[in-house]
Design a protein around this ligand. Structure first.
Ligand SMILES: NCc1[nH]cc(CCC(=O)O)c1CC(=O)O
Length: 313
């Protein structure tokens, strides 16, 4: 017999209305429904979805995607928000917390192109679309001749712009393409050694108002501890570097056995190709505090090698 949890009213998931955000919210909805909970969705459009003609760095940063969802939580219109962790600022506002981090999808960046198999196949000076400073700097480090042009919008919009011929290739997160059944668009998945992913890429986090123990209990079975530890270390690198989308910064963790290794790369916006890299590993990462400390240690190495802490928000 299934034990049905007691709920005074359905839990409401606040979600952006892009196909990817909806997929992610519906995924969490399905998991919680399977566990016997009653779950509804509240779709909303955020500023980050509306403003498409400027880079995120110029319009106010990643927080744009999450602020409106947090307002819905604050006003009691919704109970939880499912986020791509990559888009979640390092510090949550007071009164909010991450209730859980789920198992990571593919964290790699994907090379997508109608006519070229990978970066090395692109002709001299080809136009590659991305608005991510991290991707721009890492691409230029591999191929200084490429012309990087801005590309914003949801996944479908970005793929349409590629197909219309505005770019020879674009770079997207493999995770988003896979979730939407668009895996066949991936021509090449960059290994972390080629193009280091962003902190949190491919992982989903669920945000709630602090103190909602009923929700924490419901969400606990969705948590994936190895992912949570990894992304905590990655996000600690970003936090310690003052990371935001106006700084090219990559941080990526991998387990081998009991050892967690974090690689990071920091780019100078002005210098464009001067990448600073650092690595640290630990076999003693078993709680969020030690994961955080590992990330801070990587950031200290970046700083010692000349990376500067950003003060921009
Ligand atoms: N910045 C937008 C964004 N936020 C999360 C993903 C992909 C899914 C994920 O990383 O979990 C994407 C698209 C992309 O970078 O191509």
């Amino acid at each position: 017999m299934k034990i049905v949890p007691t709920q005074s009213s359905p839990f409401v998931i606040a979600t952006r209305e892009s196909r990817l955000a909806m997929w992610q919210a519906e995924h969490v909805q399905a998991l919680l429904r399977n566990a016997g909970y009653s779950i509804e969705l509240l779709g909303m459009t955020t500023k980050g979805d509306q403003i498409l003609d400027r880079t995120l760095a110029k319009v106010g940063g990643k927080g744009l995607f999450v602020k409106e969802l947090e307002l819905a939580l604050e006003e009691g219109r919704a109970d939880l928000a499912v986020h791509s962790l990559k888009d979640v600022p390092m510090e949550l506002p007071a009164g909010f917390e991450l209730a859980c981090v789920m198992e990571r999808e593919d964290p790699r960046d994907a090379f997508v192109s109608p006519h070229h198999a990978t970066l090395a196949d692109l002709p001299q000076g080809a136009v590659v679309g991305t608005s991510s400073l991290r991707r721009q700097v890492l691409l230029q480090a591999l191929r200084p001749d490429l012309k990087i042009e801005p590309l914003r919008g949801n996944l479908d919009t970005r793929l349409r712009k590629l197909d219309e011929g505005q770019y020879a290739a674009i770079v997207l997160a493999a995770a988003g393409l896979k979730r939407l059944g668009l895996e066949d668009r991936i021509r090449h998945a960059f290994e972390p050694g080629e193009m280091l992913p962003s902190a949190g890429q491919g992982a989903l986090g669920i945000e709630i108002r602090a103190g909602r123990d009923d929700l924490k209990q419901a969400l606990a079975p969705l948590a994936h501890t190895p992912t949570w530890l990894t992304v905590t270390a990655e996000r600690a690198v970003s936090r310690a570097m003052g990371g935001s989308c106006s700084v090219p910064l990559a941080a990526h963790g991998r387990w081998s056995g009991n050892t967690l290794r974090i690689d990071a790369a920091w780019g100078d916006v002005e210098g464009k190709t001067s990448l600073i890299r650092a690595t640290a590993e630990s076999d003693g990462v078993s709680d969020l505090a030690s994961a955080d400390a590992l990330g801070v240690a990587v950031a200290a190495k970046l700083k010692a090698a000349g990376a500067r802490v950003s003060t921009a928000s």
